[in-house]
Design a protein around this ligand. Structure first.
Ligand code: AHG
Ligand code: MN
Ligand code: MN
Length: 346
């Protein structure tokens, strides 16, 4: 029996092997990027191990804390946030972190080395769904630091999405998936809990050309602009221009995004006049819209704030919000057209 012949046709590609192969697109990364992505994958495994038992442990429900967004912090938000910070604060790979759950940047403790990357993250996306066992996720973006040495700065975090090195998310659903791009395609990995490894299951994801679903919280349509309402009528086939799309809305951005990526269609969270404190809608640029826009672009789609590419926006604040239209390019550009024709003329 020839010891060198592989006896299974399947090539088992772990996320580590895949990232190493991706490394050649980032010669300056010298293995640090691989290790950083491994740490994020490890965070995902740990959070997954807790979410699947949430009902049995005292981690459901809300804490007494409210975050910068004015939202009550769920216990699982805090657990995920703490997990990601603690798995990355001592590795010497990061200069600074920033999280949805912290108003300011999160410095690397002085006792640890500062590294050359920046990690921005939404530790747990879809918190409102935690207690109902609906899919939730983690979203992350990695940049090179701009500051030359010492502790990372706010400017290191306020970089446009087009300069991202790696963007991705972990989806805690019926299976746990990690989807990421380092600028060379978008790739999906599924956690095999029996061996505790993320294995390549969706190489080179491309959003299907034929859209299938549209995804928006239609309960807020009374707060939308005329352009957004007319765009929604268009998606429903009301003006006869296209066959109506089915509506799917889970209320967890990562889950609604992942379905859009694999099925084709569009997800949007428009500007709404529901909450004067949030004139540009609910979703945050740095750790929700940007990483998903980066992943979607690599999968052949497009993401806009209704007027311009999300990835071109120069961030001004850590928690700045943007309207988000993301999915098949022709649908996102159709949304921009309705907004231009009906709203911008106001
Ligand atoms: P987070 O749980 O990180 O605050 O994000 C929640 C977001 C996003 O996941 C989802 O798309 C959106 O909230 C749903 O908002 P609505 O309930 O207003 O539709
Ligand atoms: Mn979120
Ligand atoms: Mn969150």
């Amino acid at each position: 029996m020839n010891p060198f012949v592989s006896y299974t046709n399947e090539t088992i590609i772990t996320i580590e092997r895949h990232i190493l192969e991706e490394q050649k697109y980032h010669p300056e990364a010298t293995g640090i990027l691989t290790a950083l992505l491994y740490d994020i994958a490890l965070s995902g495994k740990y959070i997954a191990s807790r979410t699947c038992r949430a009902g049995l442990m005292d981690i459901l429900g809300a804490t007494d804390n409210f975050n910068i967004q004015g939202e009550q912090v769920m216990k699982l938000d805090e657990l995920a946030d703490d997990t990601i910070y603690r798995l990355n604060d001592h590795t010497g790979r990061l200069a600074v972190m920033a999280s949805e759950e912290h108003s300011d940047i999160m410095p690397i403790p002085e006792k640890f080395e500062s590294g050359k990357y920046v990690l921005l993250f939404d530790p747990l996306d879809g918190s409102s769904n935690i207690d109902y066992n609906a899919p939730i996720g983690t979203i992350f973006a990695i940049y090179r630091r701009l500051s030359l040495e010492g502790p990372g700065t706010l400017e290191d975090c306020l970089q446009p999405g087009k300069d991202m090195v790696v963007g991705g998310y972990i989806l805690y659903g019926s299976s746990t998936m990690l989807v990421y791009s380092s600028g060379n395609g978008t790739h999906g990995f599924t956690l095999d809990p029996s061996i505790g490894e993320f294995l390549l299951s969706h190489p080179n994801i491309q959003i299907p050309k034929k859209p299938k679903y549209y995804s928006v919280n239609q309960g807020y349509s009374m707060y939308w602009s005329e352009g957004v309402n007319k765009f929604t009528d268009y998606l429903q086939g009301k003006d006869g221009q296209m066959k109506s799309l089915s509506l799917r809305y889970i209320g967890s951005l990562v889950a609604d995004f992942h379905r859009t990526l694999l099925s084709g269609g569009i997800f949007y969270y428009p500007t709404d006049k529901k909450d004067p404190k949030r004139p540009t809608g609910k979703l945050r640029l740095l750790y929700e819209a940007n990483p998903l826009a980066f992943v979607m672009k690599q999968a052949g789609g497009y993401a806009s704030d209704g007027h311009q590419s999300i990835l071109e926006i120069m961030p001004q604040q850590l928690h700045q919000r943007v309207p988000l239209y993301i999915g098949n390019r022709e649908l996102v550009e159709k949304a921009e057209e309705y907004i231009r024709n009906f709203d911008d003329k106001e």
